[in-house]
Design a protein around this ligand. Structure first.
Ligand SMILES: *Cc1c(COP(=O)(O)O)cnc(C)c1O
Length: 218
């Protein structure tokens, strides 16, 4: 088995310079995170606020923490002081809570709006119509302490690469429409270990990789 450092080196060699690699460390121990950190990795992603906060407390403070999972509004307060980017914003109510907690911490929190692009209905996010309604309503303008900088999506979990490509293309198309109203919304968080090459080809600027760096999770 290759080391975390070797995996990171190998992945980084294939990444275009405009693509940010978020190393997904959910369920993985501090020692694994430190190994990646010492290899130069600074962006890390977790899907549970409690686990991310415990790791944030015990790790170097120049790490950028990405919340990539589904978020309960009552837990936003635990990450509001330090989170770098919230990927999974799937409702205006959640965005308002992030805005409130950011304000209490005297900061602005960068966020991505999650768009439902997969066939499965288990995945969270706005659908295209809901998102365009939110954009054209200009309700984002009232939220001074959040900065929506992009969109996030997850493709269907399938071997069918045509299907995956189609879903990523769809998300990229939505981003282009959103940009007409908000040019600062330009990040596209799409791509995981199994599909990141397709995601990059379709315009991803941020990939979230766990198992291809740290090995399979239990
Ligand atoms: C776990 C997770 C990932 C990483 O998955 P891998 O297949 O291990 O790369 C990416 N995005 C989200 C939202 C996740 O929950």
């Amino acid at each position: 088995m290759s080391s975390i450092k070797e995996n990171l080196t190998h992945i980084n060699e294939s990444l275009p310079p405009n693509v940010t690699l978020v190393a997904v460390t959910k369920t993985k121990p501090i020692t694994d995170i430190l190994e990646a950190y010492h290899a130069g990795q600074r962006d890390f992603g977790e899907n549970k606020i409690q686990e991310m906060t415990q790791k944030w407390e015990s790790l170097p403070k120049d790490i950028k923490w990405h919340m990539i999972g589904h978020i309960q509004r009552n837990k936003v307060k635990y990450m509001a002081s330090y989170v770098s980017l919230v990927h999974g914003v799937d409702s205006l109510r959640l965005l308002k809570e992030i805005n409130k907690q950011a304000k209490l911490n005297d900061r602005t929190i960068p966020c991505l709006l999650q768009v439902h692009i997969a066939e499965e209905d288990t995945k969270f996010g706005f659908n295209g119509t809901e998102l365009m309604d939110l954009i054209s309503s200009r309700q984002l303008d009232a939220l001074a302490n959040v900065k929506v900088v992009g969109l996030m999506g997850m493709a269907t979990f399938t071997e069918d690469t045509q299907q995956i490509r189609k879903e990523f293309k769809h998300l990229k198309g939505i981003l282009e429409r959103v940009k007409l109203s908000y040019p600062q919304i330009m990040e596209l968080s799409m791509g995981m270990s199994g599909d990141y090459a397709i995601a990059i080809a379709e315009g991803s600027t941020m990939i979230r990789l766990g198992s291809s760096i740290f090995g399979t999770r239990n």
